[in-house]
Write a protein that binds this ligand. Structure first.
Ligand code: SIN
Length: 528
């Protein structure tokens, strides 16, 4: 059931899920089917708007040519071998099967099939075999659409669109009972802004799953939608949850570049099918950077190569040449990219595509165990906002949807083991949201300027190629911005943009702090 707006100031559920991509929806479905009353919150006006929606390439599924050992080795190779072995083993043993059981059979995702009716497997960088399920180049859209449809048919779930989580509530941070500070911290729910009414309600539950996605929009150039502002990272950090591996931000080597249209991803499976990166002089340059893997080298290496070529040629972009693809109909296999490029007059069968690298995926996140539990009782995290350690220093392509699905289902299952509601006295000890005595309408120009300052700082000083002096500069600039934004947040009328700005500057500071603390270049943290 979808709840768009309401006047209630206190809600109570067995589970609150914040975020509506693959991990959030899977967690909600799993828990609701186990009998829990679930609230699914999305800050967007339509829940489908999530990072999942924009995923093109695919999701690693079961295939005859593959084995858990082979997949495990590829994940370590991409991740610079610092991956969490326990989490990787669990994922490779059980994850691909779940794609069939949960996505294909239960939810009904229409994965692309070959002429024999078998799943059509594609390939992306650093995969040693074809093992990726896809729905043409619109895999994320197809998965999200099927999940949202299934969600609509599931009992026990209330969906709150346009509801922005401001802060998590714990007994030690928010209860006015002085005894609570002596008790172990636990999560009790969240303060949530209803964007339509401007009112803040309390959502109580003994369990909360953070599934808020990534941090791409902290960077000037990104493949992510605008909502990727590190909300879960910031909320978890404010209540003392541990954030790990935050220096590992993955940049995708090929995002469409054109002055007149918004950026969009050009899937790596285009290179999996034979497209090649080319500099402005017409040279296929990957042979100089990765003589054996060429255009299918791990993503961190390829993104740096593209960046260096652009620097050397003082160019705004490089080319991705899809004319070298043979044996498939590019228009049929990649209809989304074909149409988007055609809109600006680029026929990818005849002309190369202008591309740039851009922030794509956060390999770090809120530290969770193999059941999605954070260090704070009652708080779970799943998907990009969580760090299971599966990705190590750099994620293997098409593992993120798999990780989101796997730990989404797992956290939903875990949450259903502790469904007892919160005691009345404890809930009553949590005060309603208090607005500052005098709130001012804010000037949107100030908000967008501060956001742009974060993005340029992160892109230039904490981006694809970092140095200690650049990171120190980033730290100083972010400190200054944090101070200004906190003042702003304290006095301005609450609004999604202010909440996101506050989360963005904190998440950016966490990334820079982690990058400064790790002098060793590895995977997507590259420091000169
Ligand atoms: C892509 O299609 O290139 C992105 C897939 C991913 O990031 O896993």
């Amino acid at each position: 059931m979808i709840v768009t707006s309401t006047n209630a100031s206190r809600w109570e559920f067995d589970l609150i899920v914040i975020g509506s991509g693959i991990s959030g929806i899977s967690a909600a479905i799993q828990a609701a089917e186990a009998g829990l009353e679930v609230a699914l919150l999305s800050k967007e006006s339509a829940i489908r708007e999530s990072n999942t929606w924009y995923a093109q390439g695919g999701i690693v599924g079961e295939s005859e040519s593959d084995s858990p050992e082979l997949l495990e080795a590829d994940i370590y190779h991409a991740g610079a071998d610092i991956n969490n072995r326990e989490a990787v083993r669990l994922l490779v043993q059980e994850g691909p099967r779940l794609v069939n059981e949960f996505l294909t059979e239960k939810i009904g995702v229409p994965f692309s099939r070959d002429e024999n009716g078998d799943i059509d497997l594609t390939r992306e960088a650093a995969h040693s075999v074809r093992r990726i399920y896809h729905v043409t180049d619109r895999t994320g859209q197809a998965i999200e659409t099927s999940l949202v449809e299934y969600l609509g048919r599931t009992e026990n779930i209330k969906v709150f669109e346009g509801h922005v989580a401001i802060d998590l509530i714990t007994n030690v941070h928010n209860s006015v009972d002085p005894q609570e500070v002596y008790r172990p911290a636990r999560v009790l729910g969240a303060y949530v802004l209803d964007a339509a009414t401007g009112k803040v309600a309390i959502f109580f539950a003994p369990s909360v799953v953070l599934a808020t996605g990534g941090v791409g929009n902290l960077f000037l150039r990104t493949s992510n939608p605008v909502g990727a502002t590190g909300d879960g990272i910031a909320m978890a950090h404010r209540i003392g949850a541990e954030i790990i591996n935050a220096e590992y931000v993955q940049f995708h080597p090929t995002v469409f570049f054109h002055r007149d249209v918004p950026r969009f991803l050009i899937t790596e499976s285009l290179r999996g099918e034979g497209a090649r990166l080319m500099n402005r002089r017409g040279e296929y340059f990957m042979k100089r950077y990765s003589p054996t893997e060429l255009d299918l080298a791990p993503r961190d290496e390829t993104a740096r190569a593209v960046y260096r070529e652009m620097e050397e040629e003082d160019a705004d972009f490089v080319w991705l040449d899809a004319r070298s693809i043979t044996g498939i109909d590019v228009r049929e296999r990649f209809p989304g990219i074909f149409e988007m490029c055609m809109k600006v007059g680029i026929d990818i069968r005849r002309e190369p595509i202008p591309v740039i690298p851009a922030a794509h995926f956060f390999c770090g996140g809120i530290k969770v165990d193999t059941n999605g539990r954070t260090g704070i009782p009652g708080l779970y995290a799943a998907g990009e906002t969580a760090c299971t350690g599966v990705h190590g220093a750099n994620r293997l392509a098409s593992i993120s949807l798999l990780e989101g699905l796997f730990w989404g289902v797992r956290t939903g299952m875990q949450a259903s083991y502790r469904p007892e509601r919160l005691a009345t006295a404890l809930k009553e000890s949590v005060p309603d949201w208090v607005e500052p005595a005098s709130v001012e309408d804010f000037d949107p120009v100030l908000v967008s300027q501060d956001h742009r300052a974060i993005q340029t700082t992160m892109w230039n000083y904490a981006g694809i190629i970092r140095s200690r002096s650049r990171l120190l500069r980033a730290q100083a600039d972010l400190n200054y911005l944090s101070h200004r934004i906190e003042q702003f947040y304290q006095s301005a009328k609450l609004d999604r943009r202010i909440i996101e700005l506050r989360n963005s500057v904190l998440s950016a500071s966490i990334i820079v702090h982690a990058a400064l603390g790790n002098p060793r270049s590895r995977g997507c943290h590259y420091i000169e």
